[in-house]
Design a protein around this ligand. Structure first.
Ligand code: NAP
Length: 262
């Protein structure tokens, strides 16, 4: 295996953390390939090489890893990206390539929060009629069919790209992309007289403003729990993923110039 090819790191992306890691590794002179699913029409592109589209399941990804001579894989996908997370675990083991998951911690309620946990979007939909009538739905553009039968509730649906139908009959779609400030979120909740919020437990700071706004206005929140993904080594900080990846790329300049052990 030649030294240049063996230094490549594959980052499974689609998150701010994945972009930060791509930029940090590129800054260290490590060749990076960031992979995006291709769901968003105009994605924010990371630094370095980018490939877009699925691999064809775990078999396809295992073949891709072997063919591209990848030294390490960082699964920095969103905590709710269940299939690619499972695929990465299977494919990396099969191809004998080290794998790390970079996943931001989940959100936790604080004093004054009125949170209701749900195991799925369907479970979230079942909780709603008892909690409010004007819903701010921020769970993303996929899976909204779970709410489509709720014809007595009004929904403000916020997502980056147009949502996949079917949608609830009484709804308004707001296309936008974070980050969002708590003060702006509070203004949005007030303007639309929102009395219940639905979110996935995405974690991170970019979209947590809505939770602070809901607490401030006494609005209950339905939080969809993260799916269980296969157990793999995991870190929550970009810097820790950077250190892990640097340790695994052969021929990294830092490795060559490292002082001799005493
Ligand atoms: P998913 O259900 O786990 O993935 C479905 C299929 O899409 C996978 O089997 C894989 O196809 C392909 N895929 C997913 N992520 C990929 C990636 N980074 N590179 C190449 N192929 C990928 O994922 P999802 O929930 O639809 O999310 C898709 C992407 O959006 C992820 O990259 C994720 O980080 C990002 N994202 C998701 C959410 C969310 O709430 N789910 C939120 C923000 C961002 P093959 O089996 O053919 O390889």
């Amino acid at each position: 295996m030649d030294s240049i090819a063996s230094t490549r790191v594959l980052i499974l992306g689609g998150t701010a953390e994945a972009r930060a890691l791509a930029s940090a590794l590129t800054g260290h002179g490590v060749p990076v390939v960031s992979s995006l699913a291709g769901r968003v029409a105009e994605p924010r592109l990371p630094e370095g090489e980018v490939r877009i589209g699925g691999f064809g399941g775990p078999d396809g990804l295992a073949r891709w890893l072997a063919g591209e001579r990848v030294a390490a894989v960082v699964d920095a996908t969103h905590p709710f990206a269940e299939r690619i997370g499972a695929s990465a675990a299977t494919a990396a083991a099969r191809a004998g390539v080290p794998l790390l998951r970079l996943q931001r911690p989940g959100w936790r309620p604080g004093p004054g929060d009125d949170w209701h946990w749900a195991d799925s979007l369907g479970a979230a939909a079942r909780l709603l009629p008892a909690l409010g009538t004007r819903v701010f739905l921020t769970s993303g553009r996929q899976g909204l069919a779970a709410f489509a039968h709720l014809d007595r509730l009004w929904f403000l649906i916020r997502c980056v790209d147009p949502p996949e139908p079917p949608l609830p009959p009484q709804s308004e779609v707001l296309l936008s992309r974070g980050p969002y400030r708590a003060a702006d979120e509070a203004e949005l909740l007030r303007r639309h007289r929102i009395d219940v919020l639905v979110t996935k437990d995405s974690g991170g700071t970019m979209t947590r403003g809505k939770l602070d706004a809901a607490r401030q206005l006494g609005v209950p929140v339905v939080v969809v729990r993260r799916p269980v993904r296969p157990r793999v080594s995991e870190v929550t900080e970009v810097n820790d993923a950077l250190t892990w990846a640097l340790e695994r790329v052969t021929g990294w300049p830092g490795e060559k110039s490292a002082p001799a052990a005493r």
